[in-house]
Design a protein around this ligand. Structure first.
Ligand code: INI
Length: 159
């Protein structure tokens, strides 16, 4: 029978760093609440979670990279909200946030999870931050826990 490696959802003992942007804080604060709830639901101690606020989504990747290199966290969760609205700035900010987080995730030894909403409208963002379509912050933090165990299993260390 094929072996399956899925990663568990046990958060006890894990140290999780969260990078969250202040831009569109009315959305990102809800993503953060969701993420913290997910950590608590899965047994991460409150003291083992660190929240780092940055000005906007553009600042997330470089901040996550520094945090990863500090080796103080088992996984990082990146939270932000880039809303198109009327601004052409959207493409640059959303693109760089996604590419930047992906680059950090590939480069670094720990999971770095992308929980940055990129939406056309404010309503779509609010829907994904705890209103109609779940809370992407909750999902991102849950994914972080799972990926810690997945990487440990792939690396052959106990998890
Ligand atoms: N930052 C966001 O997080 N979301 C946005 O929607 C956004 N828009 O649309 O401009 C945004 N811009 C700020 C950017 O992330 C940087 O903080 C700023 O450019 C300074 O580097």
């Amino acid at each position: 029978m094929a072996q399956e490696i899925t990663g568990s959802l046990q958060g006890d003992g894990l140290r999780i760093g969260i990078v969250v942007s202040r831009f569109n804080e009315f959305v990102t604060s809800r993503l953060l609440q969701g993420a913290l709830r997910a950590l608590a639901d899965h047994g991460v101690r409150e003291d083992d979670a660190t929240v780092v606020w940055v000005p906007g989504a553009f600042e997330i990747p470089a901040t996550a990279r520094r945090m990863a290199h500090a080796r103080r966290w088992d996984a990082l969760v990146c939270l932000g909200a880039v809303i198109r609205g009327e601004t052409p700035h959207f493409e640059y900010v959303a693109g760089e946030a996604a590419r930047g987080v992906a680059a950090v995730a590939r480069e670094c030894h720990i999971p770095v999870i992308f929980g940055v909403l990129t939406t056309e409208t404010v309503d779509q963002a609010v829907d994904r931050a705890g209103a109609k379509q779940g809370n992407k912050g909750y999902d991102a933090a849950t994914a972080a826990i799972q990926m810690v165990h997945l990487y440990r299993q792939l690396d052959g260390s106990n998890s």
